[in-house]
Design a protein around this ligand. Sequence first.
Ligand SMILES: Nc1ncnc2c1ncn2[C@@H]1O[C@H](COP(=O)(O)OP(=O)(O)O)[C@@H](O)[C@H]1O
Ligand SMILES: [Mg+2]
Length: 400
Amino acid sequence: MSAIPFTESPTGFDDTTQLDRTFTGRENELSQVFNLFQSLERRRILIYGRIGIGKSAFLLEALATLRRNLPRKLFTYTALPAELDLATAALIALAQELPDDDWAQNTLHQMGIPTAKAIKERTTEASANVVFGAKMSEKSAPQGKLQYPTAALDTLIDRALKKYPEGVVIAIDDLDKQNPARVRQLMHDAQGILKGRAWFMLTGHPTGITADLLTTERGLFDLQIELKELDQKTTYQMLVNYLDSVRIKDHCTDPSDPRSVLPFSPETARHFCQVSQGKPRLFNRLGTIVLNRAAELQADKITPEVLQAGLKSAAPKLQERAALNFQEERVRSRLQERGSLSDETIEIEDLEQLGVRSFSELVPILEKLEEADLAHQILRSDAQEFAAIDLPFGEFIDTE
Ligand SMILES: Nc1ncnc2c1ncn2[C@@H]1O[C@H](COP(=O)(O)OP(=O)(O)O)[C@@H](O)[C@H]1O
Ligand SMILES: [Mg+2]
């Protein structure tokens, strides 16, 4: 195998080739979304789940399919930048999909954002500099803030609806990357636009966006989908699809054929899927680490020993990337010792030694560990519990 198929984030809205080849499962959830799109009335959809579970990939996959099948609707997508409110982010995304609308292009220009045409026509930074007089990339923040983004968005939605009377869909991703307090504020400020004339699809983290919305804002969303871990069979098929996505010849996506998981064997493929726990980002991160380790060992097959060596190198790699501070590292190693930490069973002594007064003060640290794939939350309705990710730490663990 020459290329590594795994990636930490899904590729974007404008080129879904990689995603089309690798996206696996979620059939039920996708059909729920597609069913809603049978309606002509505008709808609001919330996709929520923990970080790395596959919300962005799901949203992009749903949008790609919808876009192919519903050419009379306009689909827009934005990964919410940290510094923007929802209205401004939606406005920019929508304006960029309306290259022939002068009002839209003027608005972008006023904000100092390369217009849709400018992005498509001027691909080099040098020529963009001439036009805007400053170094700017497609993703750069607006330089001139709009005074009334909500009103501007309303106007733009009206204009877009004239061209696309069957509907304008605004997908806003990455709300899970903001802290819960900020998400609450953003959602509060966006009530007006969310209740307006566009369709909305949002992604969020269960404790940020949803905990509040599900209780206090019932009715705001017509459909709420929680994404959970993939089952082992789907995870295995996902591995097959990823591996096949970089094959130049000898394509094989039939999981009952052992060639479909090469350079893994069916046995090491299954073991790899188990360790990945059906969590797509962990799966992708571990996949990269394991294949890299195999390359270092000049192994052309992932035997149980090679897999073990790869998995052994994963924990230190993930830790290094996480760049934990002293306290976070202490929490990590305590979690490792205990196997799991929960608000139900945590002892005063643990709290004292970890330098916090209550379990809730540990939660942000545990979430940071989760973000780094060094911990994961166990879904329980009665308690908050985090467990260590079960990776071999130094000692040899039998692959059975
Ligand atoms: N169902 C799936 N099939 C294939 N790859 C997936 C799937 N779900 C997620 N991924 C991949 O896993 C990684 C993490 O998923 P992502 O969508 O970024 O998670 P989230 O947005 O919930 O944090 C990305 O590389 C993504 O493309
Ligand atoms: Mg995401």
